[in-house]
Design a protein around this ligand. Structure first.
Ligand code: ZN
Length: 383
């Protein structure tokens, strides 16, 4: 099949191994799943179904970032233990993904569980002089020493600095070699979880940086190099750029991921949905009102690489299309195999779900309900 790779900015043939190793960046669980999450994970659900329908196995790892500034801040504000908060929200999130009919990940690693594997990684980067430590317990990646910094995101330095600051980097922190050096390890504040490290002052406990967490969780469960790494396109920089630099820098093996797949952002009234802006459409609310297939139809009528805007009208249109699929008469069942093949062919073309859905909707319009429903299974339809 053809897949677009963010790293090369080109679409080329992806030859899947017998078992495809897939890592998708998971959630930071301190709030409910919204449509942006649903879009990202539904895209990878379709990819998995498609690969499995072609006879491959997929080992799917989706992490839970249960250890970061947002979780700790929210837990403190709500006066709950951060692990209780994370586990509760992650369980609610998984429930909604299952309601939507998404296949479970094979492994759902939690950052807190993987810290023992993160410590040797930081030590390894220090040993290779790709990282440096400050007396207060911070350890930074030394981006000036890392080959190809900014070649993944292809950002100019000024834009990189802007995005770095916006996304919680710390360009102005004292003691850094370069403002864009990213945090690998930081001292824990009083009351925060902390781990003892083999480097630095033994009285200072610390915790990992976010980028490091994903590299280690991917490598722990899938190996030093993986086939496909995915996530929202807001993660390209600095998160995924950092993952590549530190993973390849440590192991000397690469590319860290054969293909990088990035999913577009969902907006509401033309503004990207985000927790900080509060302009969210929650997946659970939509599933209370519409069938799983109606919500899938809404999501998959957009190509995964495009951003799109949610409107009530588009939801209604997808609800109508879903009802039409359910109620379409059996029609010409002899058409089923050809339609399934045609839909699979569209998915082979960089997961062109809008074209695949159009074929299904056309078959419904022609009154060939059985063929349409069978083909729709490739996109996750369940009767
Ligand atoms: Zn990640």
């Amino acid at each position: 099949m053809q897949l677009h790779d963010t790293r090369t900015r080109s679409t080329s043939t992806f030859v899947p191994a017998a078992t495809v190793r897939l890592y998708v960046c998971g959630i930071t669980p301190y709030d409910s799943a919204h449509l942006g999450h649903a879009f990202t994970y539904t895209v990878f659900d379709v990819l998995i179904r498609h690969l499995e329908a072609k006879g491959h196995r997929v080992r799917y790892v989706r992490n839970v970032t249960d250890l970061d500034d947002d979780i700790l801040r929210t837990a403190a504000a709500r006066d709950v233990n951060f692990e209780v908060l994370a586990r509760t929200e992650a369980a609610a999130f998984d429930t909604n993904l299952r309601r939507l009919g998404l296949r479970d990940a094979d492994v759902i690693p939690y950052a807190t569980e993987t810290v023992p594997a993160m410590i040797p990684m930081v030590q390894g980067l220090l040993d290779r002089e790709l990282a440096y430590q400050l007396p207060d317990g911070r350890v930074y990646a030394d981006t000036g020493q890392m080959e190809g910094f900014l070649s993944f995101s292809r950002l100019d330095r000024e834009t990189a600095l802007e995005q770095f600051a916006e996304k919680g980097g710390d360009p102005d922190a004292a003691g850094k070699n370069d403002p864009l050096d990213f945090l690998l390890w930081q001292p824990s504040a009083p009351g925060e979880p902390g781990w003892v490290t083999p480097w630095g002052d033994p009285s200072i406990t610390g915790r990992p940086g976010w980028h490091l967490e994903c590299s280690v969780m991917a490598m722990e469960h899938l190996g030093n190099v993986i086939d496909i790494h995915g996530g929202g396109n807001d993660l390209i920089f600095p998160h995924h750029e950092a993952e590549i630099l530190q993973s390849e820098g440590l192991t000397g093996q690469g590319p860290f991921a054969g293909v990088w797949m990035h999913v577009g952002m969902v907006a509401l009234e033309d503004v990207k949905m985000s927790k900080s802006l509060g302009n969210l459409v929650f997946l659970g609310d939509l599933l209370d009102r519409y069938s799983p297939w109606a919500v899938r139809h809404l999501l998959l009528r957009n190509h995964y690489r495009s951003g799109w805007t949610y409107t009530e009208e588009s939801m209604m249109a997808s609800a109508e299309a879903a009802a039409a699929l359910e109620s379409a008469p059996a029609g010409d069942a002899g058409r089923a195999d050809a339609l399934r093949d045609a839909v699979a062919k569209r998915l082979d073309d960089d997961l062109d779900t809008p074209a695949a859905l159009a074929l299904i909707d056309d078959a419904v319009a022609d009154g060939d309900g059985d063929a349409a429903r069978r083909a729709a299974e490739l996109l996750g339809y369940a009767a």
